[in-house]
Design a protein around this ligand. Structure first.
Ligand SMILES: [Zn+2]
Length: 271
């Protein structure tokens, strides 16, 4: 599933091609995404200029003056840009044709993505209104996490993956960040000290930054490439490494399940 780094990389790949361009047409070949693409969407976006391409959590936000076209990649979605679009393949559901001749093509085999119209104020839309801060926001610091978790007895890993508390930390990055911070994922959130939360904020930012940097090397794949987007294969410390020796101390990485997701941790490095 595309996580924050993949979405941010998509944004960075598409922005130079999209921003400042006018949308000539939107062609919807199959509207059946997670929510049906509104029938009025092509008419609404046609002729509009893309003023900016933003990201909030895992949503891409094409800013069209006061209006916003929201795109979510779901579990398997991707957008590629073509200067000379090839014949459509299965699961190519939407084309956005720009006045430069570039086509932005949305591909999504499992169709859990979304393409929606957000009138102003976009931030008040139900999908966006209740989101917590971005991990890189200055306001998303140890003091904030400390205040937000003092009465919370849920495991720190589940808190970290809660979009109302902080956005963009999916399963992979929660596992890796907790390892880097030396925190046992099952620790009740209100038992994690402010000092350790400060380490956790740093670890989340460092982990995401590393992944986005990996993604940077794939940016050229956004144009005229038919390749599927890959995950950015970090050299994970714990994710997917259960039963293997810890890269730091050599102890065997353990796995438990939390909230239906696999959690991997080092029993010695993470207390
Ligand atoms: Zn270890």
């Amino acid at each position: 599933m595309p996580e924050l780094p993949e979405v941010e990389t998509t944004r960075r790949g598409l922005a130079p091609l999209a921003v400042g361009r006018r949308i000539e047409a939107m062609l919807v070949y199959d509207p059946r995404l997670r929510w049906s693409v509104p029938p009025s969407l092509p008419e609404r976006v046609a002729g509009r200029r893309i003023d900016a391409l933003d990201r909030r959590s895992k949503y891409l936000l094409f800013r069209l003056a006061d209006d916003t076209l929201l795109v979510h990649l779901g579990m398997t979605g991707s957008i590629r840009a073509f200067t000379n679009p090839p014949a459509r393949r299965t699961h190519d559901h939407v084309d956005i044709v720009l006045d430069s001749g570039v086509t932005l093509r949305y591909h999504d085999p499992r169709r859990f993505g979304a393409m929606l119209w957000l009138p102003p104020p976009a931030a008040a839309h139900p999908l966006l209104a209740r989101l917590g801060p971005e991990p890189f926001d200055a306001a998303c610091d140890a003091a904030y996490l400390w205040r937000a978790t003092r009465s919370r007895t849920a495991a720190i890993k589940l808190m970290l993956m809660d979009n109302h508390l902080i956005v963009g930390v999916g399963n992979i990055y929660a596992n890796e960040s907790l390892f880097r911070a030396g925190i046992r994922p099952t620790t009740p959130a209100n038992r994690v000290s402010r000092t350790r939360l400060a380490r956790l904020v740093d670890a989340v930012r460092a982990t995401l930054t590393d992944a986005i940097a990996k993604g940077g090397s794939t940016l050229r794949d956004f144009v005229d490439s038919r390749g599927e987007p890959g995950y950015f294969q970090l050299d994970y410390f714990v994710y997917g490494r259960q039963g293997l020796p810890c890269r730091v101390c050599g102890s065997l990485i353990r796995q438990v399940r939390q909230g239906g997701r696999a959690t991997s941790y080092c029993p010695r490095c993470q207390r």
